[in-house]
Structures are given as C-alpha cells and as structure tokens.
Design a protein around this ligand. Structure first.
Ligand code: B16
Ligand code: MG
Length: 214
C-alpha cells in the first residue's frame, strides 16, 4: 500500500452537523421538519442529491431544476455561515497523529471529498499542507458511489488504485472506494459500513490499524 485517501466530512472533521442544520433550516422554511433520523442518507452524497432526499422526506414535488438550484444555493449559504468560524479545534481526534504517522512511514495522502468547500475547510483547519493532493467537489462530476473522486486522487498522486486505501464514514463512500478497486476503512457503525475491509468505531482507532493487513 502506498497511499491513503481521506474523506472529509465525518473523517477529518464533523461538518455533518452543520450540513444537517442547514438542511433543517431550509426544510422549516418550506414548511416541514427534517428530522435527524434521516441524516445518515445525506452523508457523502452531493449537494443536489441531498436536496432531492430532503424534498422526498418532506413529500415535496414539482420544483423545476432552476428552483432546486436556488434552494441548494440557499442551504449552502446557511452552511457557509455556520462553518465561517471553524478551526483546528474541530479536527476529529487522532487525525493529526495519523497523518504524521503516515508521513513518517512514507505513505502519500490525499483528500477525496464530495464537498465543494473541501479545500476551504482544510485551510480553515490548518491541514491543507498535510495532504499531498486535494480533490474536492469542484474537481469531480459524478457523486459517490461513483469512484471518480478517489480515482482522480490516485491519478494525481501517481499511485495505482490497488495501492490506495480510502478512509470513509458513509456507505456511498465505501461503495465508491470498492468501485475504484481500492480497499476501505470505515469509521462508524459496522452495520452500515460492514462492506469495508475494516471498520473502526472512531477516528482515534485509525492509529491502531495495520494498513498492510487489510
Ligand atoms: P457541499 P464528504 C459531503 O462531504 C457531505 O458528507 C455531504 O453531506 C454533502 O452533501 C457533500 O459533502 C457536499 O457538500 O454542499 O459542501 O458541496 O463526506 O464527501 O467529505
Ligand atoms: Mg463523509
């Protein structure tokens, strides 16, 4: 194994709570409650796909593509306001140590995130210089579970996909890693991420995984 590709939301930082609050606010304005029980479905999927899920939950149909774009933009404004002041204190436990360990062992590292704010968030966290390559939602067209985001990261690193390990918290992300011919470590619930080669309950535990024996 030569490289590790990190998802962002749920792996490096918990931005999921801000995405959730942004969608909840939008839903309220549209006249329904977006309950936390639906939030798992939003993880790792693109902004537009998330909007479709939120509208489905609210039983809302009939918006044109143009109107949907405006709703997605509105949610993104709420989201950007909420993450305006995030900083390094929100990096998930064990991630700085894991990045350091990978560097010392000669692994290359990349970000592979669906979020169009991916690079900006890494900059706010002070982590942008820790990744050899950053691929975020601005560089890809097809959302996870399509492997495009991870394959692009591998290409930019110059490492064959079979020698990359993806770290993911979303089912769509695990599927994307496998579709790209990569191994995957899941962070979170074994019942949701069970397809991954290894599932750990939190980011701290990444430091105890033997990457050569996945
Ligand atoms: P944006 P990841 C994903 O990040 C989030 O999990 C998902 O909820 C969000 O809809 C998506 O990014 C797009 O984000 O609206 O900022 O472009 O897990 O792929 O790092
Ligand atoms: Mg994620």
């Amino acid at each position: 194994m030569r490289a590790v590709i990190f998802d962002l939301d749920g792996v490096v930082v918990n931005t999921a709570k801000y995405h959730y609050l942004g969608w909840k606010k939008l839903a309220k304005e549209l006249g329904f409650d977006f309950d936390i029980s639906h939030n798992e479905r939003l993880k790792g999927v693109s902004r537009m796909e998330s909007l479709n899920i939120v509208l489905e939950v609210g039983g809302i149909t009939g918006y044109s593509e143009e109107e949907k774009q405006k709703l997605a933009d509105r949610k993104n404004r709420y989201y950007l306001e909420m993450i305006e002041s995030i900083d390094g204190s929100e990096i998930l436990p064990g991630i700085p140590e894991f990045l350091e360990k990978l560097k010392n062992k000669g692994y290359q590292t990349a970000l592979g995130s669906a979020s169009k704010s991916g690079r900006m968030i890494l900059e706010k966290l002070g982590l942008d210089s820790k990744f050899d390559v950053i691929v975020d939602g601005n560089l890809v067209e097809r959302p996870k579970p399509d492997p495009e985001v991870f394959v692009k990261a591998a290409q930019l690193l110059g490492v064959p996909c079979e020698e990359c390990i993806v770290v993911e918290d979303a089912q769509a992300g695990v599927q994307a890693a496998h579709a790209g011919g990569m191994k995957c470590i899941g962070i979170g619930d074994e019942r949701i991420l069970g397809e991954a080669e290894k599932v750990v309950s939190d980011t701290e535990e990444l430091n105890r995984v033997d990457l050569e024996r996945l």
